[in-house]
Ligand binder design. Structure first.
Ligand code: ADP
Ligand code: F6P
Length: 469
């Protein structure tokens, strides 16, 4: 049970994110549960906040006022969102305007003035909470696209703070960004930070160019010079995972036993392919399942020997594009299994649920080929997690060239997920590669992931932030 306190103790390090690492749910019997929140941001930041004493401000998944509380060693400061704010700020402006627009307009972004008003109001609430929680001269680290106005709102009230911002998703080029009716306000919001971090250098370049053309500030390389003499630095900080912690979990005898059980339960296929994602249209799930279905239909792979397990965490289920995607995938899986399966053998096992981390590690251990095919992704931590779990250098990673992770995981089987024939031949190449080739690739990727872990990411960002001020 979390312990709560109505007084806020001030912290020298404050993280501000849309979500807390845990989400409150109440079951039918009225019992409260705290469940791990979905997504890569929480996976990445949780170990950081366990190592560094500090406070984490975020939404607790409900609309009531909850006092700050301690949960498994973390100091959490909840921010409530009303039902209407969830619709307008979270499902609306964050996930139906910014999310599709920042991901290459894979789905059409929607622009509504009332959503923008809600985004401004909620950003102000998060900023006000940070004003209360941050100690004099504290470091405040604001996360992701839901909170782009917070840096400026915070600086106006607390110029003593050192303010960092990190964007977990891609930052688009001017051709797309300029569609946003409130483009200038978003850019000025971000300029409240001392350091703005992105996943890839190209995103930082897009931002600096936009500042020059839209706001008119002078820039030199990756530094923006504001008229009041303050500088804002921008740079790429590719995010990562707790590689050693995950590997340790993967090496546990229970995890290995569970990995064997998973394969047994699937009828011990010769080759097991795996996909693990939030159920999101940016992840290229349909493309990979279509490619796999065609390989089975063509006879290029034998459904008695090869199986695909797709695990998808439910996500943003009230947003229309996500409902459409869920129906599309249900239909596609049903068609492939209906047409190509037989009693006791289904080519695709589809699990629409989320699992504990130990089960994920066992799935990664069990899989021969990990299939990560986003149409656009800021980083993609799943690709790094798979690599971290493959301590025996076995297994193949098929990775989209549109995932941020592809810049670091150069030895993966790279693929353009829009090219279904290319995807089919890359899946075959990964399945047929010889073990020496696979272990050479995996060794190199494992070195990258263990040397560039989440602790390094956080210390690189925070030391740069302290240096810039
Ligand atoms: P995103 O942040 O867009 O969701 P990432 O790949 O960066 O994508 O991070 C997803 C995180 O969620 C990873 O840590 C992954 O292990 C976890 N995850 C994805 N699917 C599931 C699932 N079905 N059950 C539990 N965890 C999951
Ligand atoms: O960076 C990806 C991200 O959008 C995070 O900001 C977010 O916490 C996560 O995915 C999960 O999405 P949501 O919070 O909308 O469930």
């Amino acid at each position: 049970m979390p312990s709560s306190s109505s007084t806020i103790s001030q912290a020298d390090l404050v993280v501000v994110a849309n979500r807390l690492p845990v989400d409150r749910t109440v079951d039918d019997a009225g019992t409260t549960h705290w469940q791990t929140s979905p997504g890569g941001l929480v996976t990445a930041l949780e170990p950081v906040m366990r190592k560094n004493a500090g406070a984490w401000i975020g939404w607790h998944g409900a609309d009531d006022d909850v006092d700050p509380f301690e949960h498994e060693g973390l100091s959490l400061v909840p921010v409530p969102l009303s039902v209407q704010e969830v619709e307008e700020y979270y499902e609306g402006f964050s996930n139906s305007t910014l999310w599709p627009l920042y991901h290459d307009v894979i789905a059409a972004p929607k622009f509504h003035r009332e959503w923008w008003d809600a985004y401004v109001a909620v950003n102000r609430r998060f900023a006000d909470r940070a004003v209360e929680v941050a100690a004099e001269g504290a470091v405040v680290w604001i996360q992701d696209y839901q909170l782009q106005l917070v840096p400026q709102m915070l600086r106006e009230q607390r110029p003593d703070l050192r303010i960092g911002f990190f964007l977990h998703i891609p930052f688009p080029p001017a051709e797309l960004f300029n569609q946003i009716p409130w483009r200038r306000q978003l850019l000025e919001g971000l300029l409240g930070a001392d350091l703005v971090g992105f996943q890839l250098p190209g995103a930082a370049t897009n931002f600096v160019r936009l500042i020059r053309s839209r706001v008119g500030h002078r820039t030199t390389r990756n530094t923006i010079h504001l008229p009041d003499g303050r500088n804002v630095d921008t740079r790429a900080f590719p995010i990562s995972i707790d590689s050693a912690g995950l590997e340790e979990m993967a090496r546990e005898p229970e995890t290995q036993q569970r990995a064997r059980e998973i394969r047994d339960n699937l009828g011990n296929p010769k080759t097991l392919l795996l996909g693990v994602d939030r159920l999101d249209y940016t992840k290229g799930i349909t493309q990979r399942l279509r490619a796999f279905g065609e390989l089975v239909a063509d006879g290029a792979v034998d459904a008695d020997e090869v199986m695909f397990v797709q695990v998808a965490t439910p996500s943003r289920e009230r947003v229309e594009q996500y409902r459409v995607l869920r129906d599309d995938i249900d239909r596609l899986v049903g068609r492939v299994n209906g047409d190509l399966g037989h009693i006791g053998r289904q080519p695709i096992t589809y699990l629409h649920t989320s699992y504990p981390r130990t089960e994920m590690a066992a799935l990664f251990r069990a899989a021969d080929v990990m299939v990560v095919t986003p149409l656009r992704d800021g980083m993609n931590l799943v690709a790094k997690e798979y690599v971290a779990c493959k301590y025996d250098d076995k297994g193949a990673l098929v990775l989209s060239e549109f995932a941020g992770a592809s810049a670091e995981l150069k030895q993966a089987f790279h693929v353009n997920p829009y090219d279904i024939n290319g995807l089919k031949s890359t899946l075959l190449a990964a399945m047929r590669a010889d073990s020496r080739d696979l272990s050479r690739r995996m060794r190199a990727m494992r070195r990258q992931v263990s040397e560039h872990d989440i602790a390094k990411w956080a210390s690189d960002f925070l030391s740069e932030l302290r240096r810039t001020a």
